[in-house]
Write a protein that binds this ligand. Structure first.
Ligand code: ATP
Ligand code: MG
Length: 428
């Protein structure tokens, strides 16, 4: 590298490799589609806000606000911050622009996607600028909204992205009183182990004790196992709500692990909290996290609006997609070789029909004035899934000659229906 060149700031990542860009674009297409399927509206908000917004919502004693936020004094003396997450901004916008009570519906679903900023220690899967895709459901209070959000996440991670080894971890952190009582239990347990706590952990224990539960410190995790779970200490009302949700998840065939260490790092959560985790990401294993925040809107806007949401870390998801080269990465390239003598343009006309029907497949053609051999060599260069041969006999009979090039299978003659079925699979 040249000596005097200006380089990017530590923890801020350029995204330029063809593979990464390809996966980002695929991810973006999928979220556009999935949010449409669930009737969720997009919202694009600024990346800077008044610092007080985050202090009031996320909480002054959280790591994010305390240590990780990029805050600056603007030229007019006002403190402003790069957004560390999307929920507070979304709530601010929805209240300010009166979106929640729009048309008297009182229920609104929003999604966003964009960069967030946290000044943490950069490492694999942890950046200072990273992207999140998030959802916020306003005005929803029953467990059906918890279920729908989890269903959406499941569809996104399992069905659409086909990520393997993803597990949904779920917990209920009840209400503020219930958490405070549990916090006291944690404090009295750790009283006997003060010696092993770092200064940071001591601090968390004093100011926000339940946050200790999501520690990545193995020794501390072992000690915390002595505690009864938070769920087991909840009031009947909170417990029943959680059991009701778990029953609905069971009935919907959604797998989950009830996990006492899921407590979330932000103050505004209550009742249901969850994370999707992946086993290959090490300590940066969470790809998506969320939960209910029934009191946040009231805190910011003095109106009572129950809500639930989640946020997914796009870089971590992309790295999994690249690693797994899943079926999501299906080769969807088809090369057509035209060997017809009588009807030279039939091939192009038929390809147009296929393009109408299979919008995500790339159809390439070879130079039909070349010999079959040369055309085959040209086709090879595209590394296609299939090669489709056009010849007079089959064109007249309404049939197709298809070779699975990827699996190096013998070519076969297919009816239109049979061809469509095969193309349907790679039309992703
Ligand atoms: P972690 O425990 O990994 O720090 P978190 O609880 O701070 O995560 P959230 O605030 O819940 O994370 O954000 C939701 C998701 O955003 C995370 O599950 C993760 O995938 C992603 N994420 C959070 N911080 C970063 C970061 N610094 N770099 C990359 N992705 C991040
Ligand atoms: Mg964090």
């Amino acid at each position: 590298m040249k000596k005097n060149i200006t380089v990017a700031i530590r923890g801020f990542k350029d995204i330029y490799s063809e593979t990464e860009i390809k996966y980002f674009q695929k991810f973006e297409n999928i979220i556009l589609n999935i949010t449409k399927q669930y009737g969720i509206s997009e919202i694009k908000t600024p990346i800077v806000e008044k610092t007080e917004l985050f202090e009031r919502s996320i909480g002054n004693e959280t790591e994010i606000v305390n240590k990780e936020m990029y805050s600056f004094e603007d030229k007019n003396g006002e403190s402003i911050s790069l957004r560390p997450e999307g929920t507070a901004t979304c709530v601010r916008c929805a209240l300010e622009k009166n979106l929640i009570f729009d048309r008297g519906i009182k229920r609104q679903k929003f999604w966003y996607s964009g960069p967030m900023f946290r000044r943490e220690r950069p490492q694999k899967g942890r950046f200072r600028q990273f992207q999140q895709f998030g959802l916020e459901y306003f005005g929803f209070d029953d467990t059906n909204s918890d279920l729908e959000i989890i269903m959406l996440g499941n569809r996104l991670f399992e069905k659409e992205l086909q990520l393997k080894n993803i597990k949904l971890h779920i917990n209920s952190i009840g209400n503020e009183n219930e958490r405070a009582n549990y916090g006291d239990q944690i404090k009295s347990l750790l009283e006997k182990h003060k010696g092993i706590l770092s200064e940071d952990q001591q601090n968390t224990l004093t100011k926000n004790p339940i946050r200790i539960l999501d520690t990545k410190d193995k020794k501390l995790q072992e000690i915390l196992k002595k505690l009864p779970t938070l769920v087991s200490l909840l009031s009947n009302k909170s417990k029943q709500r959680f059991e009701n949700l778990l029953k609905k998840l069971d009935e919907s065939n959604i797998n989950y692990i009830v996990d006492n260490s899921i407590v979330r790092g932000l103050d505004y959560y209550n009742d249901t909290v969850f994370e999707w985790k992946h086993e290959s990401l090490g300590s940066q294993d969470a790809i998506c996290a969320g939960g209910r925040y029934d009191n946040l809107v009231e805190k910011i806007g003095e109106v009572n609006v129950p809500a639930i949401g989640f946020a997914a870390g796009i870089e971590r998801i992309i790295s999994l997609l690249i690693e797994s080269r899943s079926a999501f990465d299906a080769n969807s390239t088809v090369v057509a070789i035209n060997h017809s003598k009588n009807s030279n343009h039939t091939c192009l006309m038929q390809l147009e029909k296929l393009r109408d029907k299979f919008k995500n497949i790339s159809f390439y053609t070879t130079d039909s004035s070349s010999t079959l051999d040369k055309q085959f060599k040209q086709a090879e260069k595209f590394n296609p899934k299939y090669i489709l041969f056009y010849d007079d006999k089959e064109i007249n009979a309404g049939q197709y000659i298809l070779k699975d090039f990827e699996k190096n299978q013998k070519q076969e003659i297919l009816s239109e229906d049979e061809l469509f079925k095969k193309l349907d699979i790679i039309n992703k």
